[in-house]
Design a protein around this ligand. Structure first.
Ligand SMILES: C[S@@+](CC[C@H](N)C(=O)[O-])C[C@H]1O[C@@H](n2cnc3c(N)ncnc32)[C@H](O)[C@@H]1O
Length: 355
């Protein structure tokens, strides 16, 4: 029998979803989301735009059979560690090994050569080159994924704004009085953070009795046949401002494809982002057609869309679109939730549910 767990919060003492600083993560909303969907009849669920896997993890704790997907490979690796993985953890001797330099390994200096002065200090760049090389030496895919998760979190927490959208190491290093940012987090050594995040991942791992699976695909290429599909695409504000995940997190995506990173960089950009790729979900002219295709593809599943009431397409457009495919459609509102960087006080988190 799958282990039935009442809520992520109830389990907080023994099992806790790792802390996250990812844009648009629904980690703080999972209890509210669960309240809105817990009465629906479903066992299999697709988290189609999985991100940090916070919603997949919610469903995993509720004994659902979870399929996670995200277009970005670094996110896929994180979900491999937390969702598909049932009981593999990273031991403290393995963490020690990962943090050491080994004479029998030939270490590339790719980050040192290409990212000097951009995101991290020279010493940190040496350690990141070393850590990712050691991680790729691990045989077990889940141990690799846990270590990779910890490296990504350690990199994110040391970044101003927790992003890689600008060459702004200088913000971290400037000797000024600060009214923002977290200097203590920035200054704490990367290897300390790495150990801490391994602990967070180890603590979150459990078996819910199902074979939960993770994918790294474009959402429209995913298999069908899920009882419920949870849809949380990139957000486009009414002013047309897009959360472009590849641009915000390209450094982590580079770590996920380390040997091939050199072929994906746009060397004309100061912050060494990836060469841009078309994605309908981050194009305000194409997003509505993308929703239409997705609703059409999963019209036999219960559809649950996380959205905001001030996006493109609008709430009404999305509601009407879903009505093309589903008999019963309603909206739930979460009053006070705000994104970390948002200054718009009128914005509201909503769930659009089609049964
Ligand atoms: C709003 S975030 C999801 C947040 C997630 N629910 C969480 O709690 O962390 C949107 C995600 O969609 C992913 N994404 C963007 N385009 C995609 C596509 N075409 N197919 C699949 N995933 C995509 C992004 O990489 C990003 O992680």
């Amino acid at each position: 029998m799958p282990k039935q767990v009442s809520s992520v919060q109830t389990l907080a003492q023994e099992l806790a979803f790792p802390s996250t600083r990812y844009q648009g993560s629904k980690a703080k909303l999972v209890d509210w989301i669960w309240k809105q969907v817990s009465n629906l009849n479903f066992t299999t669920v697709l988290d189609a735009f999985g991100g940090t896997a916070s919603v997949s993890y919610l469903f995993k704790t509720k004994a659902k059979k979870v399929t996670y997907n995200d277009l970005l490979q670094f996110n896929y690796n994180i979900a491999l560690a937390l969702i598909q993985n049932k009981n593999t953890r990273l031991g403290s001797n393995e963490v020690d090994w990962l943090l050491q330099k080994h004479s029998y390994i030939d270490y590339p200096s790719f980050i040192q050569e290409n990212f000097s002065g951009i995101y991290f200090t020279d010493d940190e760049n040496v350690l990141i080159d070393q850590l990712i090389t050691n991680i790729n030496y691990l045989d077990d895919q889940y141990k690799r994924a846990i270590a990779f998760f910890a490296l990504c979190q350690a990199c994110i927490i040391k970044r101003p704004y927790n992003l890689f959208h600008r060459k702004n190491l200088y913000i971290r290093l400037a000797d000024v009085k600060r009214s923002f940012g977290n200097k203590t987090s920035w200054d704490r050594p990367l290897n300390d953070w790495f150990r801490e995040f391994v602990k967070e991942a180890n603590q979150a791992i459990f078996d819910n009795g199902h074979e939960n699976i993770v994918y790294n695909m474009d959402v429209l290429a995913m298999p069908t046949n899920y009882d419920l599909v949870y849809i949380d695409p990139p957000y486009i504000s009414s002013q047309g401002v897009v959360v472009d995940y590849l641009n915000f997190y390209h450094f982590l995506e580079g770590l996920a494809i380390y040997p091939d990173w050199k072929n994906r960089i746009d060397y004309k950009s100061k912050h060494r982002r990836f060469i841009a790729k078309n994605n309908d979900w981050t194009d305000k002219k194409k997003a509505i057609t993308a929703f239409d295709k997705l609703f059409d593809r999963y019209q036999n599943s219960i559809l649950v869309v996380s959205y905001r009431n001030d996006g493109i397409p609008s709430e009404t457009e999305l509601l009407n679109l879903m009505k093309k495919y589903k008999k019963s459609v309603h909206i739930e509102y979460y009053g006070k939730y705000q994104y970390a960087l948002s200054t718009n006080t009128n914005t509201q988190e909503i769930l659009l549910i089609g049964i």
